[in-house]
Design a protein around this ligand. Structure first.
Ligand SMILES: N[C@@H](CCC(=O)N[C@@H](CS)C(=O)NCC(=O)O)C(=O)O
Length: 190
């Protein structure tokens, strides 16, 4: 299988897919896309004109969640979806609920009224999920982690200190111990 990822270092959706590719040790070629000066061919690959995009043996796939599902199904070791159907449903629930967090995050970036309060509401919920388990869905690492983590590491950009949420900070520390997460932290610091 020949895989090419079209990606931008700064894009948190691309981080999601890099975390899965690198965590599973999948070989791939990387094409950097300059987001401020997007190439015309990007729209031909993805009608939404966004990264990440994956080319798999000539099949073009886009949308980070779909890409991560695809990678987990085609490279099942280590599995990133639980074997229990209810737990699998919970991973999808967390990813959908995450959209409330990302909506609040981007609203906070635009300095909209009420956004920071909404963001803290989402972080309180996330924190409650992590108070009694190591990962977002029970005690195993799943696709929920790369689905959410890229935004948590960017919260400082809207003035939120994750230290206020010890359970989330401990989860971040746990993930930073994985090489693919450490590599993304280096990119973020660069
Ligand atoms: N829902 C998409 C969102 C992807 C997305 O919004 N990517 C941004 C970069 S973070 C992008 O390509 N934006 C186009 C632009 O900046 O013009 C996914 O999950 O892949």
């Amino acid at each position: 299988m020949s895989i090419t990822l079209y990606s931008a270092d700064i894009c948190p959706y691309c981080v999601r897919t890099r975390l899965v590719l690198n965590g599973k040790g999948i070989e791939y070629d990387l094409v950097q896309v300059d987001l401020p000066d997007k190439p015309a061919w990007l729209r031909e690959l993805n009608p939404r004109n966004r990264v990440p995009v994956l080319d798999v043996d000539g099949q073009v796939l886009w949308e980070s969640e779909a890409l991560n599902d695809f990678l987990d199904e085609t490279h099942p070791e280590p599995a990133m979806m639980p074997s229990d159907p209810a737990q699998r449903a919970r991973v999808r629930m967390v990813l959908r609920r995450f959209e409330d967090l990302s909506d609040a995050f981007y609203a906070a970036r635009r300095e909209e009224d009420g956004a920071i309060e909404a963001l803290h509401g989402e972080l309180r919920w996330m924190s409650s999920q992590l108070e009694h388990s190591d990962y977002l869905v029970g005690d195993s690492y799943t696709l929920a982690e790369p689905g959410v983590w890229p935004w948590i590491t960017r919260l400082y950009r809207v003035g939120v200190d994750i230290g206020q949420y010890p359970a989330i900070a401990a989860w971040c520390d746990r993930l930073a111990g994985r090489p693919e997460y450490a590599a993304e932290l280096s990119l973020l610091a660069a």
